[in-house]
Design a protein around this ligand. Structure first.
Ligand SMILES: Cc1cc2nc3c(=O)[nH]c(=O)nc-3n(C[C@H](O)[C@H](O)[C@H](O)COP(=O)(O)OP(=O)(O)OC[C@H]3O[C@@H](n4cnc5c(N)ncnc54)[C@H](O)[C@@H]3O)c2cc1C
Length: 406
């Protein structure tokens, strides 16, 4: 159920493993693989080299334990190799994100479609599955919205319906005994109503550290000032780490920005003192500490109550303290999440407690399997979400095939 990344990968693999089985992929809309199409800005960041990943919990805030286990069966290297051997040459960017060499998601779509069709998967679009019921003979009956005309009794069903930030389709899953982790959005930008900040739109600070005050949520990376607030990898990462908390707080939280990326506050103070000693008569506005762009630096001076014209030597320890505070703990009230949706995933979904860690089969409804974003697994940006789709689909397909062979 669900003709997205996970659904295609799973059904194609299953049909290859069990050529004699009838494998049908039902998609509710008229178009399959719609998210693959728009992913990665139309280029599809389909996995990551994982070279910069020291611990999976940094990239999979939800589901890292399960991913650790499942990646042993189908890793990013396996995904890389799979796509290359199925006619999609890939390239790994400097930031470790993997894209098709064509820089066009269409290559991935064509590959998945070709693979499913050549394996013999029947693809049915315009088939919105409403629920599943267990039939008297032990099979699983698909119930379609608006009544079905298709024969729809199956021995096994895989649910690959993707994320549902408003919990669509979760009622019947709960009724079948599955625990649902409350869904909420992840990977979004922050709105900030501070005109002096947003007037700096377009400025990118390469290495900031951001966090939510009075919590442990912190993230690092580049930050982009936008006309509505802040964006960029550091903010998207923070939105992912704090997805549930932010939802509970109705997206109104105090955001802390360390513009220097230097977490040692004393180090920041020392650097300012050094500048002061080196050129006491130089005006503050003419300094370029921490690689900050001049417009941003002048703005931060103003936030610290200092004028650009003030000579460095007149900063005094109070001035240094105020400046250090603004540089390392600049605080803004987040006023909602941004509407900009470059990448957007659902945090929550079918609880991992409700599925077998080994097979991804439902614990309460034998014969029903899960893969992809419908599960309570989600990642930061960088190709990790698609990797979760490939990996879980691979494992579920293998488990379904094994269960039918036995
Ligand atoms: C704009 C955008 C860009 C992204 N870019 C990237 C990226 O570059 N790299 C990355 O790793 N991740 C990216 N993601 C995340 C990634 O797209 C998802 O994590 C991934 O698509 C999940 O795959 P899936 O198959 O589980 O779900 P989906 O791709 O959402 O597919 C689910 C399918 O099921 C269908 N469906 C739903 N309900 C039913 C039903 N009841 N009956 C029948 N069919 C149903 C849906 O119509 C859909 O086609 C992006 C997401 C967005 C929104």
């Amino acid at each position: 159920m669900g003709g997205g990344a996970a659904g295609f990968f799973l059904s194609a693999r299953l049909k290859r493993l069990l050529p004699e089985a009838r494998v049908v992929l039902f998609e509710r809309s008229s178009r399959v693989l719609a998210k693959v199409k728009v992913s990665g800005g139309g280029r599809c960041n389909l996995t990551n080299s994982f070279a910069g990943v020291s611990d999976l919990c940094h990239v999979y805030p939800r589901g890292h334990k399960l991913m650790k286990r499942l990646l042993r069966e189908f890793s990013h290297e396996d995904a890389y190799c799979w796509f290359e051997t199925h006619g999609v040459p890939l390239t790994t960017q400097e930031d470790e994100c993997v894209f098709p060499q064509s820089q066009n998601s269409e290559s991935v779509i064509l590959c998945l479609k070709r693979e499913a069709e050549s394996a013999g998967v029947e693809i049915r679009t315009g088939c919105p599955v409403q629920s599943i019921e267990r039939s008297d003979n032990g099979g699983l009956q698909l119930v379609f919205d608006g009544g079905a005309t298709t024969p729809c009794l199956f021995d096994r069903v895989a649910l690959t319906t993707g994320g549902a930030p408003r919990g669509e389709g979760h009622d019947w899953l709960s009724a079948l005994g599955h625990k649902i982790e409350k869904p909420c959005p992840s990977l979004y930008t922050f709105n900030i109503n501070t005109p002096a900040l947003t007037s700096l739109m377009g400025i990118v600070v390469e290495n900031v550290s951001v966090g939510i005050a009075a919590t442990k949520f912190r993230a690092e990376g580049a930050l982009l000032i936008t006309h509505w607030g802040v964006s960029g990898p550091a903010i998207l990462r923070l939105s992912s780490y704090a997805a549930r908390y932010m939802d509970e707080q109705a997206y109104e939280v105090p955001l802390l920005i360390n513009w220097t990326g230097e977490t040692n506050v004393e180090q920041v103070a020392q650097e300012l003192r050094n500048l002061q000693n080196e050129a006491p008569r130089r005006q503050l506005g003419n300094l370029h500490p921490f690689g900050l762009q001049n417009r941003l630096w002048v703005y931060l001076l103003e936030r610290a109550g200092l004028t650009s014209e003030k000579p460095c030597g007149e900063l005094g320890s109070k001035g240094i303290n105020r400046l250090v505070h603004v540089l390392t703990s600049d605080s803004y009230a987040v006023a909602g999440k941004g509407a900009y949706r470059d990448e957007f995933v659902t945090c929550g979904g079918v609880s991992l407690e409700s599925v077998s860690m080994r097979t991804l089969e439902s614990k309460s409804c034998p014969g029903l399997y899960f893969a992809g974003e419908v599960l309570d697994i989600d990642a930061v940006t960088g190709g990790f979400n698609f990797q979760a789709a490939w990996t879980t689909a691979y494992v579920a397909a293998g488990a379904i095939a094994a269960s039918l062979e036995n």
